[in-house]
Design a protein around this ligand. Structure first.
Ligand SMILES: [Zn+2]
Length: 321
């Protein structure tokens, strides 16, 4: 794993290494942050800390088994699309069997927020009387959708984003990618976000959508051209991130700080729109985008949130003339 050495240096990882050293391993943890891939990479490192004798620093046969998913003491769920009551039954059946190669058995549950209340309640029963030598590692990009009764049984791990210096080192081999600076500035320190900006076509479509909104959205009648029915979470995240960095660039241009513009490939487009916005309007718009970003974790549909954001942007733009 490319990122392992950087992850192992994060403060929360030292905590796990310490816990293992003290044999405080009978536990259940929940990891939460907005980026799925960061959560995956981090929990895989934690799995190695608990299963590998050298805390995952050595790429030994144990580490390799973990990586290719063939370690008998690592059970990964969900087996299907979302964690189900069947998965919970499977855990009950398997968790009480002795570990085969290690001292502990690890149950890794991905994206628990996608599962039904019924399945989560079934899991809760297991967490209330956990089997011996079993460590639960559960992750979610939306902790608000995990039952509070389940969360209260788990130790919450604060997954902080990587700082910009570390992120630069992690992605050093992309230094010549035309979007490298954009990725460094706009990915909020998360692995999946960074990768999407650097190599994902879908991100580039979102980049284009954001660019059209920032440079071409003129009146409420044209909002309809930019509405995306059934917008996915990753589309939503990507468009918002792009819009935010573009509005920030417009603000830089207005202040005469052209050299601080991140989206350099579209700088001429951004220069054209800078007169349409007052600095006050841009500041307000960036704040609105932040607010909408937070609201995505409520039960409002993403498409509706997105539409109301566009209407809001136009309002601010005209009010702050
Ligand atoms: Zn190892």
């Amino acid at each position: 794993m490319d990122y392992q050495n950087y992850i192992l240096n994060q403060p929360y990882m030292r905590n796990f290494i310490q816990k293992k050293a003290n044999s405080m391993t009978k536990s259940a943890y929940i990891f939460a942050c907005p980026d799925d891939e960061t959560l995956y990479e981090i929990t895989m490192c934690v799995v190695k800390v608990f299963l590998c004798e050298n805390n995952g620093f050595d790429n030994c046969p144990t580490c390799q088994k973990v990586e290719c998913g063939s370690h008998p003491d690592l059970l990964t769920y969900p087996k299907g699309e979302a964690f189900s009551t069947q998965d919970a039954k499977d855990i009950i059946e398997n968790a009480n069997k002795k570990p085969m190669l290690s001292k502990n058995k690890i149950i890794l549950i991905k994206d628990l927020d996608n599962s039904s209340d019924q399945a989560q309640n079934k899991l809760l029963k297991i967490l209330e009387s956990p089997p011996n030598n079993v460590i639960f590692l559960i992750y979610t990009t939306n902790i608000n959708k995990v039952l509070s009764t389940v969360v209260s049984r788990l130790i919450k791990v604060d997954v902080t984003p990587f700082d910009s210096k570390t992120l630069r080192l992690m992605f050093k081999h992309y230094e010549n990618n035309e979007n490298f600076e954009l990725a460094m500035q706009s990915s909020n320190g998360y692995i999946g976000y960074t990768k999407r900006i650097l190599i994902d076509d879908n991100f580039h479509k979102c980049h284009l959508t954001a660019r059209n909104i920032v440079t071409k959205l003129k009146n409420s009648a044209s909002v309809v051209d930019y509405i995306i029915p059934k917008i996915s979470k990753s589309q939503f995240d990507d468009i918002l991130q792009n819009m935010q960095s573009m509005y920030r660039d417009v603000a830089m241009l207005k202040c005469g700080k052209d050299d601080l513009v991140i989206n350099r490939s579209i700088i001429s487009d951004l220069k054209e729109v800078q007169d349409e916005f007052s600095l006050k309007a841009i500041t307000k718009i960036i704040k609105k985008i932040n607010d909408v970003n937070k609201k995505q974790f409520s039960n409002v549909s993403l498409s509706l949130l997105f539409e109301s954001l566009l209407v809001n942007i136009l309002e601010v733009k005209y009010l702050c003339r």
